[in-house]
Design a protein around this ligand. Structure first.
Ligand code: HEC
Length: 208
């Protein structure tokens, strides 16, 4: 009997815990915006606009990065429509410059204003790229042999450009920054990053 009541007790507690985990408090967007704004009272005119989420960030926050099918479709369409493509239709730049910007985390910090040089992409903070570089983050998947695994196909070159320009156009509510859309990188820099991923002689693909 004791055992049974203990079991019931455990089950009941478990039930409470599960019910608790499922109960997500409603988010009041205006309140959340005010808290974020108040946290950065000295934000300058370049930084301040970034404290206000755009429609995509709002949809991602409201769903805790788990948008409904309809919201995900809306995000994908909106973000894809905003991609600017290279005027000459060439998506590949210089992989050496791409490797340099992948290593470079300069930009967008308070201490980077006013900017003294071009922003970096900081790709290594989240991705493995070359085998030679042993220091990298794992928030994103390894991009080692990215082009080789895709047979260097033209469609994948374009897809890599779109992914880097605007990560949400491929995966709504991605954790990867929207490098082109948020003007972190220029079109030429994004082309350099694409070359790093998709050139046959890039160390990403030669395994060096
Ligand atoms: C803050 C972390 C972060 C940074 C910085 C970052 N990424 Fe990502 N990236 C991710 C995550 C997380 C994913 C997986 C989810 C997704 O696809 O959006 C991803 C996915 C990708 C993909 C798609 C992978 C696939 O399997 O198709 C590519 C390509 C990519 N990143 C390239 C880059 C490049 C190039 C840079 C630097 C210019 C970069 N990333 C910087 C987090 C990041």
């Amino acid at each position: 009997m004791k055992k049974i009541s203990l079991l019931i007790g455990v089950l009941a507690l478990g039930g409470v815990a599960i019910a608790h985990a499922q109960q997500k408090p409603a988010i009041d967007p205006a309140k959340a915006d005010a808290v974020v704004k108040a946290a950065f009272p000295t934000a300058n005119e370049v930084f301040a606009p970034r404290l206000m989420p755009d429609e995509t960030m709002r949809q991602c926050s409201a769903s805790r990065n788990n948008p409904s099918k309809a919201a995900a479709a809306a995000i994908r369409a909106r973000e894809k429509a905003a991609i600017e493509y290279p005027a000459d239709g060439n998506y590949m730049g210089d992989w050496k410059k791409g490797e340099a910007l992948a290593q470079n985390g300069y930009g967008l910090r308070f201490t980077d204003y006013p900017p003294t040089r071009a922003n970096g992409g900081n790709c290594y903070a989240c991705h493995q790229l070359t085998k030679k570089e042993v220091s990298y983050g794992t928030l994103g998947p390894s991009l080692s042999e990215y082009g080789k695994l895709r047979d260097y196909k033209d469609a994948d070159v374009k897809a890599a450009y779109e992914k880097i320009y605007n990560s949400h156009s491929a995966l709504p509510c991605s954790n990867m920054p929207r490098f082109g859309a948020n003007k972190i990188l220029t079109i030429d820099q994004i082309k350099d990053a694409v070359a790093l991923l998709m050139s046959k002689d890039s160390p990403v693909n030669t395994g060096q």
